[in-house]
Design a protein around this ligand. Sequence first.
Ligand SMILES: Cc1cc2nc3c(=O)[nH]c(=O)nc-3n(C[C@H](O)[C@H](O)[C@H](O)COP(=O)(O)OP(=O)(O)OC[C@H]3O[C@@H](n4cnc5c(N)ncnc54)[C@H](O)[C@@H]3O)c2cc1C
Length: 249
Amino acid sequence: MALPGRGISRWKLDDHLQRQFVSLGGGLVTNSRIAPASGVIWAAGRPRQPSPWLGLKCHARKLPLTHDLEMFTSPGGYIGLAKIEDGMVNLCGLFRARLARGVKGSALLLTMLRESSLHALADRLEAADLDESSFCGVAGFQTGLQTGPAFSIGDAASMIPPFTGNGMSMAFESAECALQPALDYAAGRKSWLEAAETATASQASRFKRRLTAATILHHLLMNRAALRITRTLARRNMVPVQTLLHLVR
Ligand SMILES: Cc1cc2nc3c(=O)[nH]c(=O)nc-3n(C[C@H](O)[C@H](O)[C@H](O)COP(=O)(O)OP(=O)(O)OC[C@H]3O[C@@H](n4cnc5c(N)ncnc54)[C@H](O)[C@@H]3O)c2cc1C
């Protein structure tokens, strides 16, 4: 079933979540690091590992969009543009990492776009207001299942290729998978390892199809021949967008 979506920046989402958590009586400790241990559900994000990927994110103003979500893809990488709060647009791209010495911030994003032959988009971004303070670059991660502490959720457990825009949803859904096992552990009905195994199995059955489909599509999205075929199909309105969307949800 198709449902309307709402765009929100990660900053605003995190702010709402932490306010609600504290207002419900949660104790929030910030600016501190913990280590994996029995009784700690590991939600520390993507583990660092060698990777061919560079993820770049930035907010822009004065960037008119033709649709609520625009996506651009090339063999060098892909990028999505989506409206968020206060008339801003969130730009989020994944590129094959290349050395771009001395280039930082939005200039790095523009360089990666031009190196990926996405010149028209780079021109549009140059004419917009890019918010340097919102710029964020991530590297050193692999998509797919992650090997980490036994009881992990979110990116620490599995990372879906980012073109799906489904990573945050999976983080919330995996927390839902962890809830009952965590309650069972707290009530003494399960050992920590039993609780971890139940949560992991629940995530596996919930995410298997979308992780597999997204991994295949991710490779096709960056494959020159597959892109040519997709372009031909798109011109004839023959890309089964709803089916593909369903497969990665
Ligand atoms: C290029 C790119 C584009 C993306 N685009 C989208 C998108 O459009 N839509 C979408 O839904 N998702 C997107 N994602 C995915 C999304 O960002 C992640 O799936 C999501 O952030 C996962 O949430 P998380 O809470 O598991 O991890 P994170 O958001 O990484 O949070 C982990 C937190 O744990 C903290 N931490 C780390 N180590 C410790 C420690 N030892 N002790 C205490 N705290 C610790 C970190 O500082 C961080 O605050 C994208 C990802 C990439 C790479």
